[in-house]
Design a binder for this molecule. Structure first.
Ligand code: ADP
Length: 495
């Protein structure tokens, strides 16, 4: 008994021979665990520990063990004398006499409330985490369904690639545009698709940089002859996929078919080219005839007659200039711009161009400053055309002002020429577009005549001389157009 009392586990013994199997012994630890005194325990059936909490499934297990004389272990909710709940880990084992009859049961109990609470808490947390995961998964599935429905319906071909450039998915538009099946596309490496139409070294290089650098591929033009659909011109854009602010090892490729657009552009270019050629022929004879008229005019012609003839000649020159611009644009477009490069003195070219410059009946003063002594290797007629164009614009767009400044400088191994006017200026947003073909600033369309191709031609000429052309301007405060040209050499006798 001493030994039983010193145990930390609560121990009871019940007498199976007496009605309702009463407790006939309990140790100290049992009193401590339950809060009941020895006198309140002896004689009672163990069930008093369950208080009102009678519907626990463990009770069945207990009853079954007792009825069938078996050992059992249960974890059961019990209540102390003061009503507080404790989890009881209860071992029950029967004691038999030498006839094999059950005389007693021994119950050993441990208060496992702390462990049980921790378990319950863990279970609750697990359940709530599972709930959260399920909710998040559902959200992701919804998002994915949403995204994939967008991807499937957009009228642009889209591909998603993994980091080995293998196609993970292709949208409907891609499959129908290129007349391919999902099985011949998905799972295949992009560069091996079809008859290797995407196996383009330059595109490969750009795509390979996407994942390590996050740099997108923007408007890469691809032309290819496809087996069933023929020749296609496409713009390829590619991005690294970003999801929830994180970059993934996935590439989204968008392919825009611009074949029709290109064809329309081509037709427009062809039309412009034919139209300007057709206009040029009669105009050349008109110009010739005006010259004849000017030469043959009677001695006693009136002032008015002479001035009208001069005006007609001036307008014919203007028309000639516009038609030449149109012809130049179509030559540039078709890649037929002809450059006759020879060394020339830029200082001389500037002063000659300025002194021969005529613009309608304008009386602007053109100041030329700076001396470079530089020899440029280039087409002097084309460079002179650039200067003429910039001067015409400077005068046209500064009707209220009468001064144009032209400055030339030697900057490192370049000549820099700047043409400044003090006229209407150019807004920041227009500055980015005025070098585009046919672009004219929005608010000047009605007020100033023009085709919007002068600067485009200038740009192409300067670029084909390895120089750059750019503008600095503030709206309402004039504009400075600058261009640079690489110096071939400096005139030795001058310096
Ligand atoms: P165009 O003068 O025939 O319209 P350009 O290609 O020469 O065509 O010029 C394109 C546009 O740039 C013009 O329509 C005008 O809006 C703007 N621009 C060019 N030069 C000037 C300038 N000196 N000052 C203000 N705007 C200018």
């Amino acid at each position: 008994m001493q030994a039983l009392n010193s145990s930390n586990s609560g121990i009871i013994i019940t007498d199976n021979a007496l009605p309702d199997n009463p407790i006939i012994y309990c140790n100290k630890a049992f009193e401590n665990i339950t809060g009941y005194h020895y006198d309140e325990i002896i004689g009672h059936n163990c069930r008093f520990l369950q208080s009102h909490d009678r519907s626990q499934p463990e009770r069945e297990k207990l009853r079954d063990a007792i009825e069938n004389s078996k050992e059992c272990r249960v974890e059961i909710r019990n209540y102390k004398k003061d009503g507080t709940l404790f989890w009881n880990e209860l071992f029950v084992s029967p004691v038999k006499n030498n006839m094999g009859e059950i005389t007693h049961f021994i119950g050993v109990q441990n208060d496992i409330t702390e462990r049980k609470n921790a378990e319950i808490q863990l279970r609750d947390e697990k359940a709530s985490t599972e709930e959260k995961i399920a909710a998040r998964t559902k959200e992701l599935q919804d998002n994915e369904a949403f995204l994939s429905s967008i991807i499937q319906t957009v009228r642009e071909s889209l591909l998603v690639l993994d980091s080995d450039y293998r196609v993970l998915s292709a949208n409907k538009h891609f499959l129908s545009s290129f007349q391919v099946t999902e099985t011949s596309t998905v799972g295949k490496i992009l560069f091996e698709l079809g008859n290797h139409q995407w196996d383009i070294e330059a595109l490969k290089q750009l795509l390979m940089k996407i994942l390590p650098t996050n740099n997108p591929v923007i408007d890469f033009e691809v032309t290819h002859d496809f087996p069933y659909i023929g020749r296609k011109v496409m713009l390829v854009n590619a991005y690294r996929i970003e999801f929830d602010g994180h970059f993934k090892d996935r590439i989204l490729i968008a392919i825009e078919d611009i074949t029709d657009r290109k064809e329309i552009e081509q037709r427009k270019d062809d039309f412009l080219s034919v139209a300007s050629h057709e206009l040029k022929t009669p105009l050349t004879s008109i110009k010739g005839l005006i010259e004849v008229l000017q030469r043959l005019k009677p001695e006693n012609s009136s002032e008015k007659f002479i001035s009208i003839l001069d005006k007609v000649a001036g307008q014919a020159d203007r028309l000639n200039l516009l038609i030449n611009q149109l012809l130049d644009t179509s030559k540039i477009q078709s890649g037929h711009i002809e450059l006759h490069k020879e060394p020339f003195e830029i200082d001389q070219l500037l002063s000659d161009t300025i002194s021969n410059f005529k613009y309608g009946d304008s009386n602007h003063r053109i100041n030329l400053r700076g001396k470079t002594n530089a020899i440029i290797h280039g087409d002097d007629l084309q460079i002179s055309q650039v200067i003429n164009n910039l001067l015409s614009n400077a005068i046209k767009y500064s009707p209220e002002d009468k001064v144009i400044d032209v400055q030339s400088d030697k900057v490192s191994n370049y000549v820099k020429v700047s043409v400044t006017d003090y006229g209407i200026g150019i807004s920041r947003s227009d500055q980015a577009k005025i070098f585009d073909r046919f672009y004219r600033a929005q608010d000047i369309q009605q007020k100033f005549a023009g085709l919007g191709i002068g600067l485009y031609i200038c740009q192409q000429i300067i670029v084909s001389h390895d120089g750059t052309l750019w503008v600095e301007s503030e709206e309402g405060r004039g504009a400075t157009f600058n261009f640079t040209l690489p110096i071939m050499k400096i005139q030795e006798n001058e310096e």
